[in-house]
Design a protein around this ligand. Structure first.
Ligand code: DGL
Length: 265
C-alpha cells in the first residue's frame, strides 16, 4: 500500500512534460515529483506505437521501483500509444494520461472551426479518432501535424527565425480556414505560447491540457486517499540522453534546476 508521502512519477518523451509538471506543482505543492525525460528517444511523434509502448513499460517499471504512488503520462503521443497497455499491467496503480482538449475547444468555438496542432502519432491514432467522434460532431476540426517543432524545443530554441517560420507554416493555414480556437495537442507546444501570441490574433483562443491533467491527478489521488499533506521533497529529474544537455536547458523551461541523473534504461 503506497503512502501519501510517496512521490508521483511524471514522464514525457523529453522536456515537453515540464509544461504539465509546472501545473501539477502549482496545484499540488505538497507532492514530491519525479520526472523522466526520455530525451534519448525523442521525438515519439514519428515512432511506432510498439516502440513507444516498450519505452513506457520501462519508464513505468522505473517509477514503480522508485516507489511512486501514481504516474502521469505528460505526453499525448505516449498516452494514445501506451496508456491502455500500462493500465492492464498495473491495474491498481493510479495512472493519468492526457489527450488534446477537443471537448473544451468544441464548446468554446464561435466560428465552428477548431485547429489541432499535435504530433503525427497522436493525430493518426484510433484514440484521437474516437475523441473526435465523441465530442466534435457539431464543429469542423482541422488537424495539423507539426514535425520539427519538438526537436527545436528540445534544444531550448523557443524564438529563432527558423522556428518562427516553421510554426507559422503550420498555424497560418488553420487561421486562413477560419479557426478561432487552437488546441495545443502536444505538451511541448505550450512553450511556444509567446511566439504564437505574435502570430495569432488576440481573439483566437489557445487551449492546452496541462491544468486539466493536474486536476485529474488531484481527483485520482484524493479518491485513493493518497494526497500528500506535505512538505514536498525536491523534484528529481532523469534523462535517457546526456544529463548535461537537460541541465543546460532546465533553467529556461523550469524555474530552478534540481538534480538531473542518467535514466538507466
Ligand atoms: N510531448 C509529446 C506529446 O505531448 C510528444 C512529443 C514527441 O516526442 O514527438 O505528444
Amino acid at each position: 500500500m503506497a503512502e501519501r508521502s510517496a512521490p508521483v512519477g511524471v514522464m514525457d518523451s523529453g522536456v515537453g512534460g515540464l509544461s504539465v509538471l509546472a501545473e501539477i506543482q502549482r496545484l499540488l505543492p505538497n507532492e514530491t515529483l519525479l520526472y523522466v525525460a526520455d530525451c534519448g528517444h525523442v521525438p515519439y511523434g514519428e515512432k511506432s506505437p510498439d516502440y513507444i509502448r516498450e519505452r513506457l513499460r520501462r519508464i513505468a517499471g522505473f517509477f514503480h521501483e522508485q516507489g511512486a504512488k501514481a504516474m502521469v503520462l505528460a505526453c499525448n503521443t505516449a498516452t494514445v500509444a501506451a496508456v491502455a497497455d500500462l493500465r492492464e499491467l498495473y491495474p491498481l496503480w493510479p495512472l493519468v494520461g492526457m489527450e488534446p482538449a477537443v471537448k473544451p475547444a468544441a464548446a468554446a468555438t464561435r466560428s465552428g472551426v477548431v485547429g489541432v496542432l499535435a504530433t503525427t502519432g497522436t493525430l493518426q491514432s484510433a484514440k484521437f479518432a474516437a475523441l473526435l467522434d465523441r465530442f466534435a460532431n457539431d464543429v469542423q476540426v482541422i488537424t495539423q501535424p507539426c514535425p520539427g517543432l519538438v526537436e527545436r524545443i528540445e534544444t531550448g530554441d523557443l524564438f529563432s527565425p527558423a522556428l518562427r517560420q516553421l510554426l507559422s507554416s503550420y498555424v497560418q493555414p488553420l487561421l486562413a480556414a477560419g479557426c478561432d480556437t487552437l488546441i495545443l495537442g502536444c505538451t511541448h507546444y505550450p512553450f511556444l505560447r509567446p511566439l504564437l501570441a505574435e502570430m495569432v490574433p488576440a481573439d483566437v483562443a489557445i487551449i492546452d491540457t496541462g491544468a486539466a491533467v493536474a486536476r485529474q491527478l488531484q481527483r485520482l489521488l484524493g479518491a485513493h486517499g493518497l494526497l500528500a499533506d506535505g512538505p514536498a521533497g525536491d523534484t528529481r529529474f532523469w534523462t535517457s540522453a546526456d544529463p548535461q544537455s537537460l541541465r543546460k536547458i532546465l533553467p529556461l523551461l523550469w524555474h530552478k534546476s534540481d538534480s538531473v541523473q542518467s535514466f538507466p534504461l
